[in-house]
Design a protein around this ligand. Structure first.
Ligand SMILES: [Ca+2]
Length: 412
C-alpha cells in the first residue's frame, strides 16, 4: 500500500480530534515573531548560547517540490534502518526482530529471527544496526541491543550472518558489553556506524537516573560514551585513552547523555552525533577523539521537573566542548543522516534528524561546521514520532516512525 501524505492527513487529523487532541504544535505555547528561527515555541530557559547561531537559527525553506510517501504502516516499533546493497531496507524492531522492506513494492518480509532475547522494556530492545562493509560477500550484520542479565541490563553489541534465505540471523555472537550493568529501562544509546577504516563507532547512554548520570564523566565506565571498537568488539587501535590505566581503552569521546544519532559528514568525513537532552538542551556535536562533551556538568536543558541541573547550573566551562547546535524546546532527536542525493539539489550535504516528541524531521544546513539554517520536514504529519532516517540507494530519504510507518521522502 502506498499513500501520498496529503491524502492521509485529513483522516489522521480527524482521528487525532477523536482522541481529544490536536496536532503537535498547537499544544505548545506560540509566540509571535520571537526570532527568525523555525521554532515558534518559547524556550524553556533564558540561557545564553556560547556563540551566535548555536540555537534557533534562521529558518530555511526547500524550494524543490517534495513529498512524503507512506511505503508501509505495518512495522512493529521500528528503531534502526540499514540499507542493503540491492536497495531494500533491513529494519530492526524494538521487540527483537528484523524485517526487510522493499521500498519499490512496499513488500514487508516475515520476521527474521535469530537476534535472540532483548530486554525491551522502557527504551530498551533491539536498537541500531549496521552492515559489514563487506556485507555483499560475507552477509554480516552488527546490532546494538539491551541485554538482560541477573542484576539488570546493559547495552550490548552483537553480530551475526543474515542467512541466504533471509529468514534468520545465524551464529549470533555478542562482541561487546557496555558495563556496568544497571537495573533501569532508559538511555541505552544504541546507534552503530562503520568508519572507513573498518572499525565501529557505538553510542551508549548514562542510564538516565541521577545515580548513574555522573558516569558519563567517568572514564572507567562505558556509560554515556561514544566507543570505537573492532568487528570483534575489542578496543580499536589508536583510541585516545589507549595505554591509560585510568580509562577504558574503547572510549572515543565522553560526557554524553544519550546519543541517539551518529553520522559521517559526506564531504569532511567527520563524525557527528546528536544527543537527547532533558527538558531543552538537545545537542548536535562534532565528535573528536578524547573530547569531553560536558554532560551533566554543562547543559542547556533543565530536569524534566523544570528544576535546574547543577548548583549553580552552568552551560559553558573551560575544557568541556560546546555543542555545534542545540534545541530548546526540544527536537527529541533520534537517528540522523546526511543527504547526498541529487533529486533535491538544495539538500546536498544537509543533515536530517528524526524527531520524536516534536513530530517532525529537522533539516539542518551546515557550513564550515556551523548550522546556518533549519527547516521542519513532514511537520504536523499525523503526530508521527520519527525514530530513524537513512538515504536509500535510489537517493531518496527513508524514515521510520514509532507508529510503524516507513516514509519515502523525495522530489515530487
Ligand atoms: Ca554536551
Amino acid at each position: 500500500m502506498k499513500l501520498i501524505f496529503p491524502l492521509v492527513l485529513a483522516s489522521l487529523t480527524s482521528m487525532a480530534c477523536n482522541n481529544g487532541t490536536t496536532n503537535a504544535n498547537s499544544n505548545n505555547t506560540k509566540t509571535d515573531s520571537l526570532d527568525n528561527s523555525t521554532a515558534t515555541e518559547k524556550p524553556n530557559t533564558n540561557y545564553k548560547p556560547a556563540f551566535e547561531g548555536q540555537t534557533r537559527i534562521t529558518s530555511v525553506k526547500t524550494n524543490t517540490a517534495y513529498q512524503g510517501t507512506i511505503i508501509t504502516e505495518s512495522l512493529n516499533s521500528p528503531w534502526g534502518i540499514a540499507v542493503l546493497p540491492d536497495g531494500r531496507l533491513l529494519i530492526t524492531e524494538k521487540k527483537g526482530t528484523l524485517r526487510i522492506v522493499d521500498p519499490a513494492s512496499g513488500k514487508v518480509s516475515e520476521k527474521i529471527e535469530g537476534v535472540g532475547e532483548v530486554d525491551d522494556k522502557g527504551q530498551g530492545g533491539l536498537l541500531g544496526i549496521a552492515l559489514d562493509p563487506d556485507f555483499a560477500t560475507n552477509r554480516m550484520v552488527y546490532w546494538v541491543f539491551s541485554e538482560k542479565v541477573d542484576k539488570g541490563n546493559h547495552t550490548a553489541v552483537a553480530k551475526g550472518k543474515l542467512a541466504d534465505d533471509e529468514k534468520s540471523i545465524q551464529n549470533k555472537q555478542v562482541i561487546y558489553r557496555a558495563l556496568p550493568t544497571y537495573n533501569g529501562d532508559k538511555h541505552y544509546g544504541g546507534r552503530i556506524v562503520f568508519a572507513k577504516d573498518g572499525n565501529l563507532f557505538v553510542s551508549t547512554g548514562e542510564r538516565s537516573d541521577k545515580e548513574t548520570r555522573p558516569q558519563a564523566q567517568d572514564l572507567k565506565s562505558a556509560l554515556g560514551k561514544i566507543l570505537r571498537i573492532t568487528k570483534e568488539g575489542k578496543p580499536a587501535a589508536g583510541n585516545p585513552f589507549e595505554g591509560n590505566k585510568d580509562a577504558l581503552p574503547e572510549i572515543y569521546s565522553y560526557g554524553h547523555r544519550n546519543t541517539q544519532g551518529l553520522a559521517f559528514h559526506p564531504e569532511t568525513g567527520t563524525l557527528w552525533n546528536n544527543e537527547f537532552g532533558p527538558l531543552g538542551g538537545d545537542e548536535l556535536n562534532l565528535i573528536k577523539a578524547g573530547v569531553n562533551y560536558g554532560w551533566p556538568t554543562i547543559t542547556y536543558g533543565l530536569e524534566y521537573s523544570g528544576d535546574p541541573i547543577g548548583n549553580p547550573p552552568i552551560q559553558q566551562k573551560e575544557g568541556l566542548e560546546q555543542p555545534v547546535y542545540y534545541w530548546d524546546p526540544v527536537l527529541s532527536p533520534s537517528g540522523m543522516a546526511f543527504y547526498t542525493g541529487n533529486n533535491i539539489p538544495e539538500w546536498k550535504n544537509n543533515l536530517f534528524l528524526a524527531g520524536l516528541n516534536s513530530y517532525h524531521i529537522a533539516r539542518l544546513v551546515i557550513k564550515d561546521n556551523k548550522v546556518v539554517g533549519e527547516e521542519r520536514i513532514l511537520d504536523k504529519e499525523g503526530k508521527q514520532r520519527f525514530r530513524d532516517i537513512a538515504q536509500g540507494k535510489d537517493g531518496a530519504l527513508y524514515a521510520i516512525t514509532d507508529g510503524g510507518r516507513l516514509y519515502k521522502i523525495d522530489k515530487k
